[in-house]
Design a protein around this ligand. Structure first.
Ligand code: NI
Length: 128
């Protein structure tokens, strides 16, 4: 017999809705995990700081708005429904003119500012 914890109906995760619940820009929130990876949503506007992640690639899926990712060799514009993966160790800076809503996929425990630190460093493992 299933106990009460298992009686909740399965629910798909509405990524745009989850992102809309976040109270501050540049504050990633975890919506799901897969093995050691986390799926995070975030609302961004303006420019982040240049940084890199020597230990991992970092994936960005755009939900709403347009994401610009500045890279050493130029920038890439990522539209809703599009994905871009920044390779490990590559310097990058995310930016958006007007607000953009994104999903990021990366291993648990990755610091959003890499080793740069500073005011934009977000707390990890906050679920929404
Ligand atoms: Ni990054």
């Amino acid at each position: 017999m299933p106990d009460s914890h298992h009686q909740q109906a399965p629910l798909a995760i509405d990524l745009k809705y989850k992102a809309s619940l976040i109270d501050q820009q540049w504050s990633p929130r975890v919506v799901a995990e897969m093995n050691d990876y986390q799926f995070k949503v975030v609302r961004i506007e303006g420019e982040f700081i240049w940084h890199s992640h020597p230990e991992t690639d970092e994936a960005f899926l755009v939900l709403e708005g347009v994401l610009r990712i500045d890279l050493p060799e130029g920038c890439v514009y990522v539209n809703p429904g599009e994905l871009y993966v920044v390779p490990r160790g590559v310097e990058h800076r995310t930016a958006a003119q007007g607000e953009a809503k994104l999903m990021m996929i990366e291993p648990r425990g990755i610091v959003n500012t890499g080793h740069e630190g500073g005011d934009l460093t977000a707390a990890n493992d906050i679920w929404i």
